[in-house]
Design a protein around this ligand. Structure first.
Ligand code: FE
Length: 221
């Protein structure tokens, strides 16, 4: 099977928001679609390793911010390449909190959803959720996952690397540089692993936070 075929099913890219107690958490999701209109139900799929997914299970609600084609690449890098376990992603983007849930300021639409059902697969959890509030913020074409893969990804990766080098420069005065500046890099999407836990100590079921492939797809370079 050539799984590239699946990338021809079009869907968008969204910022998913939830909360860990009072702390806002979030991630990038692409697998969202409306599946009923009486009541209004969305299907959302999250990878099981996602911290935001755990928070949705605890809170049984989430927010969605729909991204337009003019969104800053940094927004996707911030939410896609970092984990809410270790950083507050929302503090690095303009956002607002409504009903306890975080929303991106630069959105073209927002939705507030309550989970009504969930199904767990080995890799993902599928949430079926009722739309209890939504705002059609402004006109603009939604960014699709196809846009992301075909031309937007490079800008996202560049903005992340720029952020990382700025962050590293800050740290350099205090810390010794890691060995030869090598990193574990995802061969599928280019994500650079740079969290505190050594890559070797990550659990076997850990997956790339951006594209979802397992550890075997990473190379040390
Ligand atoms: Fe990846």
């Amino acid at each position: 099977m050539n799984m590239d075929a699946l990338y021809k099913l079009t869907h968008g890219i969204y910022i998913l928001g939830s909360r860990d107690g009072d702390r806002p958490v979030g991630s990038v999701v692409d697998a969202v679609m409306q599946v009923a209109n009486k009541p209004w139900i969305l299907a959302l799929s999250c990878t099981n390793g996602s911290y935001t997914k755990q928070c949705i299970e605890a809170q049984q609600e989430f927010s969605l911010s729909v991204l337009g084609k003019t969104v800053e690449p940094w927004v996707i890098a911030n939410f896609g390449f970092r984990s809410s376990r270790t950083v507050d992603k929302w503090k690095d983007v303009k956002h607002f909190i409504q009903g306890g849930l975080p929303y991106l300021e630069d959105n073209i639409a927002t939705m507030h959803c309550r989970v009504v059902q969930s199904i767990t697969y080995d890799s993902n959890t599928l949430f079926l959720a009722e739309v209890v509030g939504c705002v059609d913020t402004k006109s603009g074409e939604p960014l699709t996952y196809y846009d992301y893969r075909s031309y937007f990804k490079t800008d996202v990766i560049n903005s992340f690397n720029k952020f990382k080098s700025a962050e590293k420069e800050e740290k350099m005065s205090e810390e010794v540089k890691n060995e030869e500046g090598k990193h574990w890099v995802c061969t599928v999407c280019g994500y650079i692993y740079d969290e505190e836990t050594p890559f070797e100590e990550l659990p076997d079921d850990w997956v790339c936070p951006l594209c979802g492939v397992d550890k075997s797809y990473f190379v040390y370079e």
